[in-house]
Design a protein around this ligand. Structure first.
Ligand SMILES: Nc1ncnc2c1ncn2[C@@H]1O[C@H](COP(=O)(O)OP(=O)(O)O)[C@@H](O)[C@H]1O
Ligand SMILES: [Mg+2]
Length: 317
């Protein structure tokens, strides 16, 4: 069926096809948009594609999306770990704030469709507007462009996504959002190695993955799976960040290694990946993330320095 559909396209359209997925009575087409000159023509080609497919009278739903144009984002960084609760979303937000502080144009995309946490972390309760080209305008927060599925849905209701819906939703969050030109698009990658992760890796040119782990063995075991996944898809890994590494006692200043010591180093040696930084377990981080005021974390000079150094070593990659 796919071949029949492709054969119905003219040569220009054929060249643009990145992928076609047919599921039940739905079809998902991904078109490539790799240069700005092409981009201008794309809307008419998209319509043409839709018309051709609807002529087959086979599909109840036709979804056509574009793969991200590389030009929109100078660097795409995914913050990942296979494990939940290690601090991916917290790091994504703080990294975005820190890169902004250095003067970079930054976007933050919540890649977690089942459990979006960026709206809560940034205390964003508004719904985004749509521009005259029907693209969603990302929410601007502390000078960062932010997008999350949580802005568009009722977060109290559980989400039931099917594979192709996930695929098109995540791509739409990239392609159907009016991102401005960004130096860095930070994607808070969902935990696990499922459909969403694979779609992001297949369809988006990721420059670097940043691997977050906590020091304990159970987190390292899951993080290994994440590293292997990126290696399999040949996504370059910028480095490992050990989160909740240690706790400094307010009274005596002693460093306590609550979850064991040197877990990050162990992974770093095992996979020959740089250990880019260690972030302490700090009540200022937990408190401000819960309150939706992560920008206040950066008023703490010690923490601000840690995030800034991390950002600088990421920029050097
Ligand atoms: N370095 C840290 N110090 C203290 N609390 C942290 C730190 N990093 C994350 N947290 C807290 O841990 C919890 C889980 O973090 P989160 O970023 O949501 O994890 P993930 O996105 O990996 O599931 C949150 O309540 C967050 O505030
Ligand atoms: Mg998260």
């Amino acid at each position: 069926m796919k071949d029949k559909i492709i054969n119905s396209f003219n040569s220009e359209l054929k060249e643009l096809i990145d992928d076609i997925v047919i599921k039940d009575k739905k079809i998902f087409v991904t078109l490539k948009a790799q240069n700005p000159h092409q981009a201008k023509k794309l809307d008419s080609l998209k319509k043409e594609c839709e018309k051709n497919i609807s002529n087959f009278n086979l599909f109840e739903e036709i979804n056509i999306t574009f793969t991200a144009t590389k030009k929109k984002f100078s660097k795409v960084i995914v913050v990942s770990s296979c494990k939940g609760g290690v601090g991916k979303s917290t790091l994504s937000v703080n990294l975005a704030l820190s890169l902004k502080k250095i003067g970079k144009k930054v976007g933050l995309l919540d890649g977690d469709l089942y459990g979006p946490s960026i709206p809560k972390l940034l205390n964003i309760n508004t719904k985004p507007d749509v521009n005259d080209k029907k693209k969603i305008i990302p929410i601007s927060h502390s000078g960062i462009e932010v997008m999350s599925i949580g802005f568009l849905i009722d977060q109290k209701k559980p989400l039931v996504w099917r594979g192709p819906m996930l695929q098109s939703a995540i791509l739409q969050l990239i392609n159907d959002v009016a991102w401005n030109y960004l130096d860095y698009l930070i994607i808070d990658f969902p935990p696990g190695t499922g459909d969403t992760q694979l779609t992001i890796m297949q369809k988006i040119q990721i420059d670097h993955a940043l691997i977050v782990t906590t020091p304990q063995e159970i987190a390292l075991a899951d993080t290994r799976k994440g590293i292997n996944m990126f290696n399999r898809f040949k996504v370059p890994i910028a480095g490992i960040v050990e989160n909740m590494s240690y706790f400094v006692c307010n009274n005596c200043g002693t460093k306590h290694f609550l979850f064991g010591e040197n877990g990050g180093e162990k992974l770093s040696k095992e996979f020959d990946i740089k250990l880019l930084g260690k972030i302490p377990f700090h009540s200022t981080i937990a408190r401000n993330c819960d309150a939706g005021t992560p920008e206040l974390i950066h008023k703490n000079s010690e923490l601000s320095k840690i995030y800034l150094e991390l950002s600088k070593s990421l920029i050097k990659q």
